[in-house]
Design a protein around this ligand. Structure first.
Ligand code: SF4
Ligand code: SF4
Length: 105
């Protein structure tokens, strides 16, 4: 699994840098985020959940059906987070989560 940050979408908010538990995300000279140590990323997806502009992609490993498949998120009025899952054939599925209820079991 690996993370890719799209520089052209990044608005330099710094949220991904603040939440990465491994301090793997840095800012370049334009304050755009990038993953400095991609091999150390363990795919917690904290950065994806914070990015307000869908600039971060999380590529799925082959052994869980990835091989070109990836995830990203979009946000809706701060309450809802939508996961977009694009499979290796380009087909998209979405899962919408109410953030306030996401930790209820
Ligand atoms: S997925 Fe987790 S560990 Fe990897 S860069 Fe994002 S916040 Fe850091
Ligand atoms: S959270 Fe998204 S927009 Fe904000 S710095 Fe990170 S990649 Fe850029």
């Amino acid at each position: 699994m690996s993370i890719q940050i799209h520089k052209n979408k990044c608005i330099s908010c710094g949220k991904c840098r603040n939440v990465c538990p491994g301090n793997l995300v840095y800012a370049d000279s334009e304050e755009k985020a990038y993953v400095k140590y991609p091999r150390d990323c363990w795919g917690c997806t904290a950065c994806l959940k914070e990015c307000p502009v869908s600039a971060i992609r999380f590529y799925l490993a082959e052994d869980i059906g990835g091989k070109g498949g990836f995830l990203y998120t979009s946000q809706d009025k701060k309450e809802y987070l939508t996961w977009h899952i694009i499979n290796k054939f380009g087909k998209e599925e979405t899962i919408k989560i109410n953030r306030k209820e996401s930790n209820k079991y």
